[in-house]
Ligand binder design. Structure first.
Ligand code: FAD
Length: 504
């Protein structure tokens, strides 16, 4: 790399303003990437296949209420999303979830049905099997079985590759089925057998070795997390859609074109390491290709691999790993009986016990929705589908979706909800990326990144590489964009440095 301090800054600015960039995909990863390029005055065009920007952050009105229909919060970990919100002038819209509701519940527990999800564990694994809230879910037998973990020889503890195998062998099937599986299915849409504990709970394997037992390791890790800042989530008054609106507004103000209804079809490498992005013929603007000095691909994994395969040797050796399909049914209900928040902020389910995977009682979780709604009106989000199960809503007509979501919500909330209480409903389908904590996923994405990094002035961002969640995608998009920005500005000089043509 050339010595950047040797550059004429005026010349560099000039070069930046003449640099054309295309970002493919207007999810949060693509929008953040576009913002980073625009900060240097580069000419940026974002092309988005869908009718609107935001990707998995979708918002819309249901029964007159502005609601999040996909992502509804962000992890505060690392402060990355908060910094972005501050930068966009949205700090005063950041809100904490309600704590008065008590946390989430778990439903489908044999014999007892529903119970509050025990507090203080890691991925559902309890620190203390005899704590009241844990014993209530496990029963005495399950609690004793989990306690045996403390008595077993330390030497039998080795490095575990599968969370499911680790939990079953150390603390028993009841902890696995009733506590851990509801959490991993609800959070990662994947069963514990598919989860790599090193990625899902960094530090757990080491803590187990130090403590000599799984529950002891969980207690240590839970304590460390309690004292570390950022173990929480926050949301935004008016919904996370406001982040997308603010990003698009800022980008357009800075001269970035965000073009929706424009799907990138292929990438052509041009002489001089320049690029041409070909759009699908049905692009409303007549599908003129876009020429660029740099390109960032910010789509889901399948589209990214298709676009990049011809230029990144080895990228086609791994097939895209399809993630779970998840349907979120948002129900707006006249249901004053839900004012009591009967299941706290929501419910996770023991896999196989219900057709829904989880439920969020949005009006118990977010005060801003209560403020926006009429008294006694409640918003409930019922989710269907996981890595191992197609959503039960698949192929159903609207009327049938409403019936199924109402029946599941009634069961999960322990309150009968009828058709005439339903003000309106909305179903949104999402193809999630494979969670980063799935076994083998780390290596899968590392191979993809390595292949993509061989392509000059091209980068890739998004949840399939960074891991699911805004707190993962945002910082990764900033770092990857920085890499491409530097390549576009300095690479040709670096190449000439290497050939001895330029002093530095
Ligand atoms: C239901 C649901 C709830 C979630 N809840 C939360 C939450 O509460 N908190 C949290 O932090 N995370 C949450 N997540 C995860 C988070 O939303 C995602 O990890 C993140 O939004 C992904 O952003 P992305 O930019 O990687 O991809 P996406 O949002 O998927 O964006 C990719 C974009 O690329 C476009 N595209 C694809 N192909 C092309 C093409 N050929 N040309 C042009 N454009 C193309 C797509 O149309 C899409 O708009 C949730 C996810 C889902 C599905």
């Amino acid at each position: 790399m050339a010595d950047e301090s040797a550059y004429d800054l005026v010349e560099l600015h000039e070069k930046a303003t003449q640099t054309r960039i295309v970002v493919i995909g207007a999810g949060i990863g693509g929008l953040v990437s576009a913002l980073e390029f625009a900060k240097l005055g580069m000419q940026v065009t974002v092309v988005e296949a869908g009718p609107r920007a935001g990707g998995a952050i979708r918002s819309g009105e249901v029964a007159g209420l502005p609601l999040d229909l996909g992502a509804e919060s962000f992890a505060t970990r690392g402060g990355h999303v908060r910094r972005l919100l501050d930068e966009l002038g949205l700090s005063d819209r950041v809100v904490d979830p309600e704590t008065g509701a008590g946390g989430a519940w778990v439903a489908g527990v044999p014999r007892i049905g529903a119970a509050p999800l025990p507090k203080g564990g890691v991925l559902g694994i309890p620190a203390n099997p005899f704590a009241d809230d844990v014993r209530r879910v496990l029963g005495w037998g399950g609690a004793w079985r989990a306690y045996v973990d403390r008595l077993r020889p330390v030497l039998t503890i080795g490095h575990a590759d599968s969370l499911g195998a680790l939990v079953a062998s150390r603390v028993g099937r009841k902890v696995l089925d009733r506590l851990v599986a509801p959490v991993t299915t609800g959070v990662y849409s994947a069963s514990p057998e598919l989860i790599d504990p090193d990625v899902a709970a960094p530090g757990l394997n080491a803590a187990i070795t130090r403590a000599g037992s799984l529950t002891g390791g969980v207690a240590m890790l839970a304590e460390e997390r309690r004292s570390a800042p950022g173990g929480a989530v926050q949301g935004m008054r008016g919904g996370m859609g406001a982040l997308v609106d603010a990003l698009v507004e800022r980008l357009e103000r800075d001269g970035v074109e965000v073009r929706t209804g424009a799907a990138a079809e292929s990438l052509e490498r041009r002489p001089g390491d320049e690029w041409r992005v070909h759009l699908a013929a049905d692009d409303e603007d007549g599908a003129e290709p876009l020429d660029a000095h740099g390109v960032v691909v910010a789509t889901e994994e399948g589209a990214a691999r298709r676009l990049l395969a011809a230029h990144a040797p080895g990228l086609d050796e791994d097939a895209p790993v399809p993630g779970p399909i998840v349907d979120i049914v948002t129900l707006v209900l006249d249901a004053p009986e839900l004012d009591a928040k009967p299941r706290g902020t929501g419910v996770l389910t023991v896999p196989g016990s219900h057709r829904a995977k989880a439920l969020t009682h949005a009006t118990a979780k977010w005060a801003w929705i209560v403020d926006a709604a009429d008294p006694g009106v409640h918003v409930v989000r019922v989710s269907f589908g996981s890595a191992s199960e197609e959503p039960a809503t698949s192929g159903l007509r609207d009327e049938e979706v409403a019936e199924l979501a109402l029946a599941e919500a009634s069961q999960l909330l322990g309150v009968t909800l009828t058709r005439d209480q339903l003000r309106d409903q909305r179903l949104e389908r999402y193809a999630q990326s494979q969670p980063a904590s799935t076994i083998g996923q780390k290596q899968h994405t590392a191979r993809a990144r390595a292949a993509i990094r061989t392509v000059p002035c091209v980068g890739a961002v998004g949840a399939w590489l960074a891991g699911t969640g805004l707190a993962q995608v945002v910082p990764d998009a900033i770092a990857e964009t920085d890499r491409v920005r530097r390549a576009v500005l300095f690479e040709s000089d670096a190449a000439s440095d290497a050939s001895g043509e330029k002093d530095s």
